[in-house]
Write a protein that binds this ligand. Structure first.
Ligand code: ATP
Length: 365
């Protein structure tokens, strides 16, 4: 069992700058947890505190039932995979994978068994004699994973392991790491600034900003019900649109354009004291439609928009436009050929929309 508990964890650098603030999280056995957030939000610092590479300024860190704040990294039963692979250039693949086991005085046969098994899982059997410089980026990353696997630790910690790979390889390795996790079921904590990696790999995502957790949830929860403007804008690509306006009776009004708010949402807004108040509408680009069938049935939630730019992405097209001087993007099928400068009717699927408080930026729920 490898449950990890972080209780009121703080990291202060130089006794003043708080890089991580009151971080609380229970990580369950076998979970694949992803810490995601922009550069500098404290995700690596948190991971390094779990690894024991960074002191914890305050709070308790538990692996299983054991408080490990003061336990040396080598005694925490974790294996870490870094962004730069950290392979030994003078050793071949076999020795790179065997190194940690030799240090721990495993016997030769056991080392061979474990390295061969990891090489088989990772498709490295033909490369065991090669030095790192004779490997591709993806192969090196696999060796780095192999070195973690042979240790058979309670926990894998991965710090942006794919960021040095090109886009295509990243997608491939993403799937490989997910498969590896399904197979080994080892509790994994994975750090990335890439929301797509977080969405595709995580059992739960921890979204961070400025050293503070913004939301913890499954990819679907975080995507469908973001707790605040930051999470809504960070998770999803292209990002969620945010439009300022006010409620006016049963409508949301932006300048002189109005869209009707569904009953259920109106009720919530009214109960929370937002009747006729300023709010921020959050709507994902895919929830703004141009299909005639949708437009016809959305007489009260459609607008006419002049398309500044229609960006053909292949199967879908991004339409960049403005409503009441505020930018928004719609993501539509590429069936219709829409030209720059054209006026089109777009319908907002208000059932999928969210409302946020303009000051606190929290979702109104
Ligand atoms: P990135 O994706 O860029 O690695 P991150 O979210 O992992 O970002 P951290 O590396 O955890 O961010 O850094 C969090 C904050 O702590 C940053 O503002 C960083 O400048 C600061 N920081 C990190 N290490 C130190 C240090 N040794 N001394 C002082 N400040 C530090």
């Amino acid at each position: 069992m490898a449950e990890i508990k972080l209780e009121h964890i703080y990291k202060k650098y130089d006794n003043k700058f708080e890089a991580v603030k009151d971080f609380n999280l229970d990580i369950r056995d076998k979970e694949f947890i992803v810490f995601v957030g922009p550069s500098g939000c404290g995700k690596s610092t948190t991971l390094r505190m779990i690894a024991g590479l960074e002191d914890i300024s305050d709070g308790g860190l538990y692996i299983g039932d054991r408080k490990v704040n003061d336990v040396a990294p080598k005694d925490r039963d974790i294996a870490m995979v870094f962004q730069n692979y950290a392979l030994y250039p003078h050793m071949n693949v076999y020795d790179n994978m065997a190194f940690g086991l030799k240090l721990r005085k495993f016997d030769k046969q056991e080392i061979e068994r474990r390295v061969k098994e990891a090489a088989r899982i990772l498709g490295l059997e033909q490369l065991l004699d090669r030095k790192p410089k004779a490997l591709s980026g993806g192969q090196r990353q696999r060796v780095a994973l192999g070195r973690a696997i042979v240790r058979d630790p309670q926990v894998f910690l991965m710090d942006e392991p794919l960021s040095n790979l090109d886009a295509k390889l990243r997608v491939q390795m993403r799937a490989e790491i997910s498969k590896l996790h399904q197979r080994l079921q080892t509790t994994t904590i994975y750090v990335t600034h890439d929301q797509t990696e977080a969405m595709t790999m995580a059992t739960r995502i921890v979204v961070m900003k400025d050293g503070v957790i913004q939301q913890v949830g499954s990819p679907k929860q975080v995507y469908d019900t973001p707790d605040n403007v930051f999470v809504g804008g960070f998770i999803g690509s292209p990002a969620m649109n945010f439009l300022n306006g006010q409620l006016e009776d049963s409508h949301f009004k932006m300048g002189n354009i109005k869209v009707k708010v569904p009953e259920g949402k109106l009720k919530t807004l009214r109960e929370n004291g937002y009747a006729n108040k300023e709010v921020v509408l959050g709507i994902r680009p895919e929830d703004i439609h141009d299909e005639p069938v949708f437009i016809e049935s959305s007489q009260e939630t459609k607008i006419t928009a002049k398309i500044d730019v229609a960006e053909l992405m292949g199967a879908e097209t991004y339409l960049y436009s403005k409503v009441a001087d505020q930018d928004f993007i719609a993501r539509v099928d590429s069936r219709t050929d829409i030209q720059n400068g054209q006026d089109v009717e777009l319908a907002f699927d208000m059932h999928k929309a969210h409302f946020f408080n303009p000051e606190s930026e929290e979702r109104i729920k």
